[in-house]
Design a protein around this ligand. Sequence first.
Ligand SMILES: [Zn+2]
Ligand SMILES: [Zn+2]
Ligand SMILES: [Zn+2]
Length: 181
Amino acid sequence: MDGALLLGLTGQRMRNTIADENDYQNEETAVMEEQANMALAMERLLAHGHAVTPQRRLVVEALRDAPGPISAQELSAALEPSRGIGQMTVYRTLALLLDAGVAYQVATADADRQARYVFCSGSHHHHLVCQTCHTVLEIAGCGMETVDHEVEQRTGFAAVGHHLDFVGTCPACAAQGKGDR
Ligand SMILES: [Zn+2]
Ligand SMILES: [Zn+2]
Ligand SMILES: [Zn+2]
């Protein structure tokens, strides 16, 4: 895969692509990983009390296959020609996916920008967002477990978790002199 294509890819795919450059993973592994991610996504929807309908599955697939962070409108446009899934279905499904942790809403610096979403893999991860081009990478693991535990000790709260985003300038944007130094 050629370097310029990397820029628009979401975290899951970009991580695979980067891995491919050093240690080649065959297509079959990638397909199995996608199916595993899909199954986990459906499990999480059910665990949050949301039924898995064929339409919802198609929305999740379209989100997963998007070349980068995608808006609800773009998602509808991608689904509409062949499947006739309405915009309201897309909006409602996105809300459920956010609730279940299957989708992540990309934080952007400018307030008037349309909300954009990426598909989330099953494992515990955080997001690294380029503040210039809004590319999103999944960062596996975080070392925050000890902090969670400390907060539990200090507050008496049980099952403490956390939300944590990382932001910065991606290598491609930095190379073009864009973004903060
Ligand atoms: Zn995610
Ligand atoms: Zn960037
Ligand atoms: Zn974490």
